[in-house]
Design a protein around this ligand. Sequence first.
Ligand SMILES: Cc1ncc(COP(=O)(O)O)c(C=O)c1O
Length: 330
Amino acid sequence: MRLSENISELIGHTPLVRLQTGIPIGGPRAYVKLEYLNPSGSVKDRMVLHVVQKAFDEGQLKPGDTIIDNTSGNTGVSMGMVAAVYGLKAIIVTPEKTSKEKVDLIRSYGVEVVITPTEALHNDPEGCYLVARRIAKENGYFDLDQYDSQDNVESHYLTTGPEIWEDTDGQITHFVCGIGTGGTFSGAARYLKEMNPAIKMIAVDPVGSVFTEFIQTERIVEALNYKVEGIGSDVVTKALHPHLVDQVITVSDEASFNRARLVARTDGISGGGSSGTIAVAMEQIAVDLDSSALIVGIFADAGIRYLSKCYNDQWMLKYGFLKPSKEVQR
Ligand SMILES: Cc1ncc(COP(=O)(O)O)c(C=O)c1O
């Protein structure tokens, strides 16, 4: 029998599948890890499960307690799922720009959603980061604080990294991963570097996020607006361990969204906008590599979460990411 006693047992062990789009024929082998096949639909299931399990083990959480965090959406969905399994209540704080599909999905798990202005940045008391901290403190809720949590990093050190190592029989040569909190990158990269220090760790960041400049020069610049969700930040996080980064690749919203659409049509893999970001970065490194290289990229969530955004022609046209054409006007 192969029976699971609750939905959280199905987290992890996601597959690696070949990516063709943008990868030169006869060039390196490129695979993407389909994190959207986690049971709530994103990479965040791993982090939320680990943090909650650990807090239960350490006596910091018990059934009936409330967990809270600020999130661009996926963490909220994972919190809803894990909270249901563990008998917890969940509250999330998210900026207005988070897609309607994600907010509706989070609410469907019974999670309370607090919306904050998108323009309010990290240090703004009205912004999602400080609003979440304030609600947690005032009410004694358990604060996941994913941006600074080392348990977030540890979840990927214990699961994502080992899975990639085992599924590639240790042949991985390049790891390509977006940075939101930095947890996925730092945890998996640390494990993979321990297994083979020659593996190149490539961090991927949207144009406008502060990570690129910080990794390259340790300077903290002012963030600009960008539309891709789940990656990039207006503040440097403690879950990012910059010493693990060998190279950082910065990708525009336009390139990310169009690539996500192209990968869906060419490879039949429908990732979120940030999966497009990853696919662009994978192409950039693939052009300089030969067939001995094996690139692994992380597809953090699925296109179905962005049907009103990058998979919607009108939305793409509105922001100038798509040029008007006959096909679009039909
Ligand atoms: C939609 C989305 N969520 C989360 C992540 C990873 O987040 P984190 O750095 O917080 O582990 C990514 C990374 O690619 C992402 O694209």
